[in-house]
Design a protein around this ligand. Structure first.
Ligand code: SAM
Length: 278
């Protein structure tokens, strides 16, 4: 494990005890459960299940499709795609503890889903060319120092006209670089400090998509909705016996408040986009 990967692992799972969390889940949610029951811990992104559904609706995956969820975390969105569209989904994530929990949740489902979880690095995808009809990248790219490498792997593994769904946090080009927006406050849910955050500016991300063989079909600013969702739901998560602090540790409250501050100050924004492999 190189230093960067070790730090990423520490950020995401340093405060996490998988066996304890599994025990808590078994106590709070005994027996088999609907996939939705885990939303408080398996939707580690702004807007929860609603934001993912809104993006999926625009592409309507079918049961003949094969989807990949990169940086799938605990696999919440991978399960959501399979649940709503009967699509076969693979979730891939580097954090071993998250993969273990994702597999545990898969086994707790009332209605089994065609979701498999793989521990691995998305900069080197273990799949053949043209394998997937769609890829979801949700609050993931800001952990990647080399987004070009990831995009070229996604392009390779997507079939022609395959869809890349992006739900990502980016920096606001002009405001941030001109010093109009406040500097980004850390820690945030994806990084403990600026050294581990690799936010793209919006225009750079667009340029990199085009340079790696994608056409951009949809590009929407979801910042306002994300802020409203956060205001409506308090910590930003559904009422539940479970909580994201059980995954991200006691710092989650500060991370979540800082992200809310950064969104309101305009130093980061949320985009939802659909790019197509040409
Ligand atoms: C903010 S979390 C989002 C998780 C999930 N997409 C969600 O929305 O619930 C980002 C995830 O990306 C994963 N990740 C970061 N870099 C990765 C890499 N190079 N390969 C695979 N996964 C990675 C982290 O382990 C983490 O689970």
């Amino acid at each position: 494990m190189n230093d960067r990967i070790q730090q990423l692992d520490q950020h995401y799972s340093g405060g996490l005890h998988v066996a304890e969390l599994i025990q808590t889940i078994e106590q709070q949610l005994p027996g088999l459960q609907p996939a939705e029951a885990f939303a408080a811990i398996d939707q580690l992104h702004l807007g929860g299940r609603g934001a993912t559904l809104q993006l999926l609706k625009q592409v309507n995956p079918s049961q003949d499709d094969r989807y990949l969820d990169i940086g799938c975390g605990l696999g919440g969105s991978a399960r959501l795609i399979a649940e709503q569209y009967s699509t076969e989904v693979v979730g891939i994530d580097l954090t071993a503890a998250y993969c273990q929990l994702a597999e545990f949740i898969n086994k707790k489902l009332q209605h089994p889903l065609t979701v498999s979880i793989l521990q691995g690095d998305i900069t080197e995808l273990p799949f053949t060319d043209n394998h997937f009809s769609g890829v979801l990248s949700q609050h993931c790219l800001m952990n990647l120092p080399n987004v070009d490498k990831v995009l070229s792997e996604l392009h390779r593994t997507l079939e022609i006209e395959g869809k890349l769904l992006l739900h990502e946090i980016v920096t606001t080009d002009a405001a941030y670089t001109a010093g109009i927006a406040a500097p980004i406050r850390y820690p945030v849910p994806w990084a403990s400090d600026p050294g581990h955050s690799f936010l793209q500016t919006e225009s750079d991300l667009k340029k990199k998509l085009l340079a790696n063989g994608f056409q951009i079909h949809v590009w929407e600013d979801e910042t306002k909705k994300a802020v409203q969702w956060r205001q409506r739901t308090g910590t930003g998560q559904p009422r539940s016996l479970l909580s994201p602090t059980m995954v991200l540790g006691s710092d989650f409250k500060t991370m979540s408040e800082n992200l809310f501050f950064n969104l309101q100050q305009g130093s980061v924004k949320v985009i939802a986009a659909i790019a197509v492999k040409i």
